[in-house]
Design a protein around this ligand. Structure first.
Ligand code: MG
Length: 389
């Protein structure tokens, strides 16, 4: 291990709040925090963050109190990323800010909700949840006297926008540039993206087993989880199955994290980027899995897709969720006055500016901001004649 890894604090390749590309509206620097700490704090205090508690990850919120929600998922992503960030000497506050904000734009009902809203918005520019997360922090949060949104630093916004279609990238100025030029974002953004996949692969295994949609025999067949199950069984032959699952899942997170740290450390050492600008200019992703681990986690991901996300019970729930959102969207688009006054006014303003596209965007913003239970309640209020309020 070379000497540079043992130095405390961020390394030359880490983002530096003093050299930030700044905020869209300039503000005096914070007195006791770094600019990235300020971003993190603004995200925690925003209302979209609190709504994550009642938004679905895979299982709909009312299916059980033990399943992950978007909020607990977000916290898991955050702590995984902070461990890796510190080990690689990246900027931990920026890493944390990006992770806390990464799912703010998610619709109710998880992927089913997303697909349904994208479908509804097809003629009006589509719906992308990454772009919506950016829209939440740039425009939709209304808390500050001097600006709309949270007025976050460029580096935080860059990390939040982890994917984006070329069509939308063209409308985003400097933030969209990298999708057109095919360059990389800063290392903290690269890390947040990977930590997201470590978190959901591991906790979906856990939730899937708990829900009885997956079983240990299936996981025994996969290279990665099979190896970990053998390891735990060898060390603890009498272990009851609930603890066996926990021991496997904690090892799963541990192995993925260790692999990313060691592989990325070597990649950084080889590339020797002298600054975050050098990281961005490079076409190469420096935060990554080893080839062997990438193959194994890909196998797990595909297994989860087939067995969990497409499971009959999940599929039925997803289908109902999609229908609920589509009907809500149609009713509200036909008559935007059905929305609460503030959202109605916003939709009308957007319509005056962008025509039918703007009107639909206002409806999509309202629906995307709903929690699972609010969407169900709103559906009943709109369509059930016995509900008068
Ligand atoms: Mg996520």
């Amino acid at each position: 291990m070379s000497g540079i890894w043992q130095q405390p604090g961020p390394a030359p390749w880490a983002s530096d709040p003093q050299l930030s590309r700044g905020r869209q509206i300039s503000e005096p620097p914070p007195a006791y925090r770094t600019e990235y700490q300020r971003d993190r704090d603004r995200i925690i205090h925003c209302s979209a963050f609190r709504r994550l508690e009642y938004k679905t990850q895979v299982f709909v919120n009312h299916e059980g109190d033990l399943f992950r929600t978007r909020l607990t998922h977000t916290l898991e992503v955050c702590q995984i990323a902070r461990t890796i960030s510190r080990a690689l000497r990246l900027h931990e506050d920026l890493t944390e800010a990006i992770c806390l904000a990464h799912d703010l734009g998610h619709t109710p009902f998880g992927h089913a909700g997303q697909d349904a809203l994208h479908d509804c918005m097809r003629e009006y520019g589509g719906f992308e949840h990454n772009l919506q997360s950016l829209r939440v922090v740039d425009v939709l949060e209304e808390r500050y006297a001097d600006f709309d949104g949270l007025n976050l630093c460029f580096e935080t916004r860059e990390g939040i926008l982890k994917h984006c279609s070329i069509r939308h990238a063209r409308d985003l100025d400097e933030l969209g540039r990298r999708f057109i030029d095919r360059t990389q974002p800063g290392l903290e953004a690269q890390l947040a993206n990977l930590a997201d996949s470590i978190a959901y692969n591991s906790h979906d295994v856990d939730d899937g087993l708990r829900a009885g949609l997956l079983d240990l025999d299936q996981l025994q067949e996969l290279e990665l989880t099979g190896r970990l199950l053998n390891e735990v069984r060898r060390m603890h032959p009498q272990l009851e199955s609930r603890r066996l699952v926990y021991e496997m899942v904690r090892r799963l997170i541990g192995e993925l994290v260790a692999d990313v740290i060691e592989t990325s450390r070597q990649a950084i050492e080889t590339a020797q980027p002298e600054s975050p600008a050098a990281v961005r200019a490079s076409g190469e992703r420096l935060i990554r899995y080893s080839e062997a681990m990438d193959r194994q986690q890909q196998e797990l991901k595909e297994f989860l897709f087939r067995q969990l996300y497409r499971h009959h019970r999940v599929y039925r729930m997803a289908s109902k969720a999609g229908r609920t959102l589509r009907e809500l969207f149609q009713a509200l688009l036909d008559d935007i006055a059905l929305m609460p006054p503030r959202q109605h006014a916003r939709s009308r303003e957007l319509e005056q500016r962008d025509g039918a596209k703007g009107r639909a965007r206002g409806v999509a913003d309202y629906i995307a901001g709903m929690t699972d239970r609010f969407a169900i309640d709103e559906y009943e209020r709109l369509f059930d004649p016995r509900r008068l309020t």
